[in-house]
Structures are given as C-alpha cells and as structure tokens.
Design a protein around this ligand. Structure first.
Ligand SMILES: Cc1cc2nc3c(=O)[nH]c(=O)nc-3n(C[C@H](O)[C@H](O)[C@H](O)COP(=O)(O)O)c2cc1C
Length: 186
C-alpha cells in the first residue's frame, strides 16, 4: 500500500539538507498533487508561491522567527496561500482552510514519494510575508515549507527509525465506537 508507506515515511525535516536544486519536473508533480486535492464545492482556495530567487529568500527569511538556516539553505520555499472569497461555510465552519490543509497534505506526501523533504512552518509574520511576496489583501499566507533533498543519501533508509520516534496519540485515544464516550477510551 504505497500511500500508507509514504504517510509513514513523511516527517518534518530531520536532517541536513542539500542545496541541490529541485528539478522542474518534480516541482510540477508536487504542485499537481496540491492542485488535485478535493475542496468543498470544488472551490479550490489554495494558491502556491514557489520561491527560488535567492534575493527574495533572503528578504523572506527575516519574516520567520525560527528555522532561518533551513529557509536559507533550501533551494526552494513553497508558500501555500488561501483565497477565502465565497467559500463554503457549513455549521459555522469555514471550509477554505480545511481545503488548503488537504492540498498541503497532498503536497508533502508527493514530495516524500519523490525523495524530497519538507517541514511545514507557520512561525512567520504573515503581514511581512504578504508584503515581501506581493500577496493581495484578501489572500491568507497559511503555511510554508522548504523543499529540499536530504544531504545524506541514507536518509530514506532511516525512515522506520524516524517513524518509531514519532510521538502520536494512541489510536484508542482517538477512536470512539458507535458513540462518543465521555471518558477518553482507555
Ligand atoms: C500547520 C502546521 C504548522 C507548523 N508550524 C511549525 C513551525 O512553525 N515550526 C516548526 O518547527 N514546526 C512546525 N510544524 C511541524 C510540526 O511541529 C510537526 O508536523 C509535528 O511536530 C509532527 O512531526 P512530524 O511532521 O515530523 O510528523 C507545523 C506543522 C503544521 C501541520
């Protein structure tokens, strides 16, 4: 089951990264994975900004409060934005950000499958980022990720070690059978 394997393999960047550029063909596949995500009423609120220009990256990094070296070293920073517009609101839930999350997951999984590491980041000043990248008023800058090859060729082989080190709630804490049980399931 390839998808599950890729989900298990994906993790936030835990390696030194190579400055080697990402091939255009792979960038396009990753963006295509985002483009094909489902969205409420097929609204497709996601917008992607591919930042490769070093001068822009050097300005952009100043808007980040952490992971600055990774931002500088990565050959490409992808910013995922959301256009709210007349998106679907059901039960008081604004679905455009949910939709963007689906596109983001497609993106990080596609990158993983192509041997490219990602690290989602929100530790940035949105207004500064919007100003630097000329993002319109009605568009939100939601999350950024570097896209980079790991420096060490054996990074991929160590995926199972990284998986076992991953902290996740036990499945029993997450799943309720037939109805919600007041106490969290033991
Ligand atoms: C929406 C979102 C925002 C995040 N922002 C940051 C961030 O600003 N800085 C950071 O170091 N990690 C950030 N992360 C990464 C999470 O901390 C990470 O996904 C989580 O700890 C699980 O680890 P894993 O991605 O290796 O499975 C973010 C993740 C998501 C989904």
């Amino acid at each position: 089951m390839q998808t599950l394997e890729t989900i298990r393999k994906r993790c936030s960047l835990k390696a030194h990264i190579s400055k080697r550029g990402i091939e255009m063909e792979k960038i396009n596949l990753i963006l295509e994975a985002g483009r094909l995500a489902p969205s409420a009423r097929n609204y497709q609120p996601w917008r992607f900004i591919v930042v490769q220009d070093r001068k822009v990256v050097e300005r952009l990094v100043k808007a980040f409060s952490e992971s600055n070296q990774v931002i500088l070293d990565a050959p490409l920073i992808l910013l995922i934005c959301a256009r709210a517009g007349d998106d679907v609101i059901k039960n008081g839930i604004e679905y455009y950000l949910f939709d963007v999350g689906l596109a983001v997951e497609n993106i990080v999984l596609a990158a993983t499958e192509l041997g490219i590491v990602t690290h989602l980041m929100t530790a940035f000043d949105e207004e500064q980022v919007k100003q630097i990248l000329h993002i319109p008023e009605d568009v939100r800058a939601v999350v950024a990720t570097p896209l980079a090859y790991p420096l060490n060729a054996s990074y991929d082989e160590a995926a199972s070690e990284r998986l076992s080190a991953r902290t996740r709630k036990d499945i029993k804490e997450l799943v309720h059978l037939n109805h919600w049980t007041e106490a969290e399931p033991a």
